[in-house]
Design a protein around this ligand. Sequence first.
Ligand code: SAH
Length: 248
Amino acid sequence: MTMKRFFIKHSEIIKNSPVITGQEAHHIAKVFRLKHKDHILLIDGSGMEYEAEITASSKDTVTVSIIKKYSPATESSLQITVGQGYLKDKKMDMLIRHLTEIGIAKWLPVTSEYSVPQPDGKRITLKSKRWEMIAKEAVKQCRRTRVPEILPPVLFHQAVEKTSGSDLKIIFYENETVSLAKTMLPLNQVPSNVFILLGPEGGFSNKEIALAKSNGFIIVSLGPRILRAETASIAACTLIQHLFGDMC
Ligand code: SAH
């Protein structure tokens, strides 16, 4: 049977007898009923994975001893940041799960002209916590070792201006006809850091496309069919990961 994967704090993994607490301990002991001498895999978000043996467990703590340390090659060398036009809650939840599997590095919710209103203050904090939880579940399931970073939401103009450090910036636009493969990429080498922008259900406005262009974005089509926002984001990330990352 494949070993189950759980999160542990990085500050614990370096101790002699690392202790797992909270929800993860509950999952180990109560949900999966794992006990003394059972082996599990641990991830601490550093890129490493650890095989550990359970040495003791109580109601809400599990103590382990580390047996082996691996560095699995499940993280893409390509850093993809997705600026996602704000969609309805369920679609955002679904996207963060699927895009984590596809291997994105960062998730940036963007309020644009035609997007559904973004939740405010307290609700956005709750939303971000929820996205992080979903991303963590997806990380365990797809055997990644790093959790995508969930960035605080921004307005469209902030998103296009906030892209220093990206060596390729792409906006996927439903009214564009030129595909990524046919675009003259301003590149001599494979990018290591790509920033992509995808629109909400209502698409992008002309003004937004012009602003993106003036900030160095290339404008790209995903083919002749208009895709639903969530389909477009999944297709775009797959395409980028295929062209420049590790889905090739
Ligand atoms: N309401 C718009 C469609 C928006 S689709 C209309 O009917 O025209 C939502 C987002 O998905 C778009 O803003 C774009 O980012 C992306 N998208 C969907 N289909 C696309 C295509 N064929 N090419 C490029 N981007 C596309």
